[in-house]
Design a protein around this ligand. Structure first.
Ligand SMILES: CC(C)(COP(=O)(O)OP(=O)(O)OC[C@H]1O[C@@H](n2cnc3c(N)ncnc32)[C@H](O)[C@@H]1OP(=O)(O)O)[C@@H](O)C(=O)NCCC(=O)NCCS
Length: 150
């Protein structure tokens, strides 16, 4: 069992060397990815401060969760931070890791002068919805997601 618990946690910006752990955790989020894919995606992120990927390390230095947030641009509304993804290792859930990661995302958003943090969560993720509500997030609408493969 990893040594989680928020008192042992360190949250820092992700590095390319975290790619394998980020990929393993992405699989737990139902976004199966290889370390090479994650490394390429990290490299491809805009380097203008509009994206932030944070990882949480347990007391043993093992990455046990990550959050990716970005500045959401839309001509129809003011800038806000959007959480693109958040996952905590299934062996460490309910020990405060997700809360610490979301606090770091909110701090990042405040530092950027953004007035809100938004996120979208699949309707099947009941546990995550309870978690977000516990953190003060409120449901603003329900959507369908569409895709056309090109
Ligand atoms: C959702 C997720 C990120 C939450 O992270 P976590 O580390 O397990 O949550 P925390 O331990 O930080 O919980 C923070 C608070 O939310 C509460 N909480 C967490 N899960 C809960 C649940 N299922 N029901 C009720 N409360 C819950 C905790 O009790 C805690 O409350 P407290 O502050 O009073 O102690 C994690 O469970 C996860 O990775 N789930 C799978 C992937 C996923 O669904 N990601 C979100 C995609 S949108």
């Amino acid at each position: 069992m990893a040594q989680a618990g928020s008192k042992h946690l360190k949250v820092r910006k992700a590095a390319l060397a975290d790619a394998a752990r980020i990929a393993a955790l992405a699989g737990q989020l139902s976004y199966p990815s290889t370390a090479e894919e994650v490394e390429r995606r990290l490299r491809d992120l805009p380097q203008d401060g509009s994206h932030a990927v944070f990882v949480a390390e347990d007391g043993a230095g093992r990455v046990v969760g990550w959050a990716h947030a970005y500045v959401h641009h839309f001509v129809g509304s003011d800038l806000r931070a959007e959480v693109a993804g958040l996952v905590v290792d299934e062996t460490c859930r309910d020990t405060g890791v997700g809360k610490v990661l979301m606090a770091r995302v909110e701090e990042w958003a405040r530092e950027k002068g953004l007035a809100a943090v938004t996120l979208r969560s699949n309707v099947i993720r009941d546990a995550a919805h309870k978690f977000y509500e516990k953190l003060g997030y409120t449901r603003i609408k329900t959507q369908h997601a569409f895709r056309k493969v090109l």
